[in-house]
Design a protein around this ligand. Structure first.
Ligand SMILES: Cc1ncc(COP(=O)(O)O)c(C=O)c1O
Length: 392
């Protein structure tokens, strides 16, 4: 049996997506398979569990120092795994990527400023803009030949006609699963340099890339572009440890880094969650082989879905996935109004997808599903969807 085939009951563990009471409150029933969160159902690797258990046995969980070992683990991970060099002073810990983004927006822009984002996009990234009274300028990703692309001409024209202060990038992109290539990032980076615009890149899914689609960080394009970039990332998606609430902010340019880190320091997040610190160190120091196995399993899961849809001649289309633990399914050929698909799947397939319409804009007709599941559960989900669509 594959390591990732193991099914673990999460119903009584305060898991948001599996909690029966929460499911009833939101969807009226607890009889649902939840595929809605960008989260996996795999146990995290043993070194993380060991590190947490060992520390929890101590029994005192007081304020905690972030020691150099913490930064060294990150530096080594990025250097060996992604060929990016960071130094200690360029990294700052945080409690989450969205919390970091909220602060980046707060510090680098003013109320009313225009911020550009590519849609469809994971909603909290867009809400970080609108909730703070900045103006969201949406540029749709274009879909051609089942591939989403950034339209550089359109971006340039927006930069010429607006006064954009910040671009929010998501790489790999949630929900469409693109891993932006070096050429695409260079094109976007050139525009940022020409128009003097900062770019903040959410790279939380960077380790979960498919074979043949290597991740390139926006921080690995050129020293010139480094002057304009902020990277937000975390180990939490990679190792399925979102409950540990730990993330990192990377800024190479000292002119923006020093004042921002000073500002961020005042948010009083010093002495972070001890289990997040130790979990992250164990992950980055000891768990690279586990990630290799995981990414292969996710690739196999993607192929499983692809084969299933073909074999059963389902009239949904699967957008090729390059990264992230989610897939993006095109339901536009299903004989249902796009605004009815989500509820139909809840009621008739007894699964919970993530409605494409909730990805800010440009997602109508699509549903997002997590594939971070033992294949048996994934298959059960697909069986349920197939049977429900057959009733139409
Ligand atoms: C692209 C992206 N960014 C950020 C987050 C949330 O990150 P955090 O829990 O560190 O705030 C998610 C969670 O699904 C995500 O998909």
């Amino acid at each position: 049996m594959d390591l990732f085939d193991k099914c673990v009951d999460r119903t009584k563990t305060w898991s948001i997506k599996w909690d029966p009471d929460y499911m009833i409150e939101r969807f009226g029933t607890a009889d649902l398979l939840p595929f809605n969160h960008a989260e996996m159902d795999f146990e995290c690797p043993q070194p993380i569990i060991d590190a947490i258990q060992q520390r929890s046995n101590h029994g005192i969980y007081g304020y905690t120092l972030v020691k150099p070992d913490y930064y060294d683990a990150i530096i080594q991970w990025y250097q060996i795994r992604h060929n990016i060099k960071f130094s200690r002073e360029e990294i700052l810990y945080s409690t989450g990527v969205i919390f970091s983004l909220l602060n980046v927006i707060q510090y680098f822009t003013n109320v009313g400023d225009e911020i550009l984002i590519f849609t469809p996009i994971y909603r909290p990234l867009a809400e970080a803009v609108t909730d703070q009274a900045r103006k969201l300028i949406m540029v749709p990703l274009s879909l051609e030949d089942r591939t989403y692309r950034m339209d550089l001409d359109q971006i340039e024209s927006v930069l010429q006609t607006h006064s954009i202060k910040l671009i929010i990038l998501c790489n790999p992109h949630n929900p469409v699963g693109r891993v932006w290539t070096r050429t695409e990032l260079q094109g976007l980076g050139d525009l940022c340099l020409n128009h003097n615009v900062l770019i903040v890149s959410d790279e939380i899914h960077c380790d979960l890339v498919s074979k043949g689609h290597p991740y390139t960080s926006i921080a690995a394009i050129s020293p010139e572009l480094d002057s304009k970039t902020i990277v937000l990332s975390s180990m939490t998606k990679t190792f399925n440890t979102s409950g540990l609430k730990i993330a990192n902010i990377f800024i190479k340019n000292p002119e923006i880094r020093v004042p921002f880190f000073h500002f961020f320091d005042k948010k009083f997040i010093y002495a972070p969650n001890i289990f997040g610190i130790l979990g992250m160190q164990a992950a980055y120091n000891h768990c690279a082989p586990w990630v290799d196995l995981l990414t292969k399993y996710l690739d196999d899961n993607f192929r499983f879905v692809q084969d299933y849809i073909t074999e059963h001649e389902m009239n949904i289309d699967l957008i090729p996935r390059e990264g992230t633990p989610v897939i993006w399914l095109d339901f536009r050929n299903v004989p249902l109004a796009p605004n009815k698909v989500f509820q139909y799947l809840i009621k008739n397939a007894h699964i919970i997808p993530y409605d494409g319409r909730d990805f800010t804009a440009n997602g109508e007709g699509f549903q997002r599903l997590s594939i971070g599941y033992p294949r048996k559960i994934l298959k059960e989900g697909l069986n349920r969807i197939r049977k429900a669509l057959q009733q139409l």
